[in-house]
Design a binder for this molecule. Structure first.
Ligand SMILES: [Zn+2]
Ligand SMILES: [Zn+2]
Length: 152
């Protein structure tokens, strides 16, 4: 993974190393989700410090903004590989494109509810947005619980 050099610099600092150690100490080195669930296996050990708000998301706001996000103690999570992967998979669903797409779908669903004659092309593309939306309005679609909630 290629990283912005300014971001790399933030992570190479003494400040980051101290913050990282402090974060890990809070859960005795364990992933904080595993820790909260009472799981203490080897695979529950934290391997990564995750930023809830990604530092990459403020890269175009400059170095000061990046430092703020990077070093905010409340923005950190100590995570095992499994939970880190899960979180990033979930975050992947909320890219700008996905949000735009969801908004568009919501709008279409709204228009359709208010005008029974409203029709668009690409009918079968119109999957459900959320379980709530699913219950409210939908004609049969392929929305399943697993697509939003991948916890086992
Ligand atoms: Zn975990
Ligand atoms: Zn992460």
């Amino acid at each position: 993974m290629s990283r912005d050099t300014r971001y790399q610099k933030l992570l190479n600092s003494k400040r980051w190393k101290e913050l990282r150690a402090w974060k890990l100490a809070q859960t005795q080195g364990y992933c904080e989700i595993c820790y909260a669930e009472g799981w203490r296996g080897v695979d529950a050990l934290a391997v990564d410090i995750h930023h809830k708000i990604p530092v990459e998301s403020v890269i175009d706001q400059g170095e000061a903004a990046m430092a703020r996000v990077c070093y905010d103690p409340n923005n950190l999570m100590a995570l095992c590989i499994r939970h880190h992967t899960e979180i990033h998979q979930a975050m992947g669903k909320d890219t700008k494109e996905n949000i735009q797409e969801r908004k568009a779908k919501k709008r279409i669903a709204f228009l359709r509810r208010n005008d029974p004659n409203f029709a668009i092309e690409q009918e079968q593309d119109d999957a459900c947005i959320s379980p709530a939306e699913h219950e409210q309005s939908c004609t049969p679609c392929d929305f399943t619980e697993e697509t939003t909630n991948q916890k086992d």
